[in-house]
Design a protein around this ligand. Structure first.
Ligand SMILES: [Fe+2]
Ligand SMILES: [Fe+2]
Length: 346
């Protein structure tokens, strides 16, 4: 079968390419694409898929579970060494949702610290309102949520992937440091505690004081020295701006959204990041697929993994780490019309 790769700028569009070795590039080549096409099985080379915001539920949105099967098959065919999921793995943080997500990952043999790294998102603690009318009652629901209990539930659902994580002090789950070959992942919990003023819907972010101090210790230690540092966090660092063409209502909704979808105290996190040489910061939360630079740091948002572009494609990032260099391309998956809910074969 002819395996064909079309290159659109930095976006790679694959149709049944089962490995890089047989890829056929059909348009002008960007340096990144040449790099990817020349992949060999060198020891120092590492391929990381970055997914986010899966919002899985066994009862709702079956198309998301279907898409995850497609995406994980794609990761397998691309021979990814490691997968990272930056939060909102579940939709409502229900026990059966954690079990559902766990069972799919287990089917693909991903409950392994060498193969998968996860961090937590606001939906894994507070969930979110289903309908517009739920917005009014949702703050009360969030207030009653056992924040620490949900973090432990998240940890328990994906416990194998935390094996071998290192901590500077205390017994908290976040922040952690995980070393895989030449890469060091720093996993942060950016979900803010509920607050009637600062976080009424549970969707805003903050790195709490305790966690921030531990991060300072991590960044000052030898743990990150000489390795490619990749930070995993759920919340975003870019500004959400409404389009100049947006009408009054759209601008009003944009203002509401940005006040309930923000990361507080970003400044101190930026100054912490400036103390290390960071390869990439991977995040989600805002349901877009994008890459951007702020304060000289490269960010990748995989929040659009399940929230397809207008053409109905799922998108995720594929990172390529080699010899202290990190590059990335976008991978587009066309959800298959066949319902292929199995980890077996293609
Ligand atoms: Fe999300
Ligand atoms: Fe989120």
């Amino acid at each position: 079968m002819l395996r064909r790769l079309k290159v659109y700028s930095h976006t790679l569009y694959y149709s049944y390419a089962s490995s890089y070795d047989n890829l056929c590039i059909t348009s002008s080549l960007s340096p990144i694409c040449i790099l990817f096409a020349r992949i060999t099985n060198e020891e120092s080379f590492m391929r990381i898929a970055h997914l986010s915001d899966l919002h899985l539920s066994p009862d709702h949105f079956p198309e998301r579970s279907d898409a995850l099967y497609e995406i994980l098959h794609k990761c397998r065919s691309l021979k990814t060494d490691h997968i990272v999921i930056t939060g909102d793995i579940t939709n409502q943080a229900k026990p059966k949702e954690f079990a559902h997500a766990r069972s799919i990952l287990k089917e693909f043999d991903l409950l392994d610290p060498e193969k998968l790294t996860v961090t937590i998102g606001n939906h894994d603690i507070f969930g979110g309102p289903y309908y517009a009318e739920d917005v009014l009652s949702f703050p009360g629901y969030c207030r009653q949520t056992d924040y620490d209990g949900k973090v432990k539930e998240f940890y328990s659902a994906f416990r194998e992937t935390f094996e071998g994580c290192q901590y500077v002090s205390g017994s908290s789950i976040f922040p952690y440091v995980k070393m895989i070959r030449d890469v060091v992942f720093v996993g942060i919990n950016s979900v803010a505690q509920w607050s009637s003023l600062k976080n009424p819907l549970g969707s805003n972010g903050e790195v709490c004081k305790k966690q921030f101090h531990r991060l300072k210790e991590i960044f000052a230690s030898d743990m990150l020295k000489g390795r490619m540092v990749v930070v995993l966090i759920h919340h975003h660092f870019n500004k959400q701006e409404s389009k100049p063409s947006a009408g009054k209502l759209e601008r009003l909704w944009g203002a509401i959204e940005s006040s309930t979808m923000k990361l507080w105290k970003k400044k101190r996190i930026f100054s912490l990041f400036a103390t290390a040489s960071i390869g990439k910061v991977l995040h989600g939360h805002v349901h877009h697929h994008e890459g951007y630079k702020r304060k000289n740091i490269q960010f990748l948002n995989a929040g659009g993994t399940m929230f397809a572009n207008p053409q109905g494609h799922c998108l995720f990032h594929l990172l390529h780490v080699q010899q202290q260099k990190i590059e990335h391309v976008d991978v587009r998956v066309v959800p298959n019309k066949r319902n292929r809910r199995s980890a077996i074969g293609i």
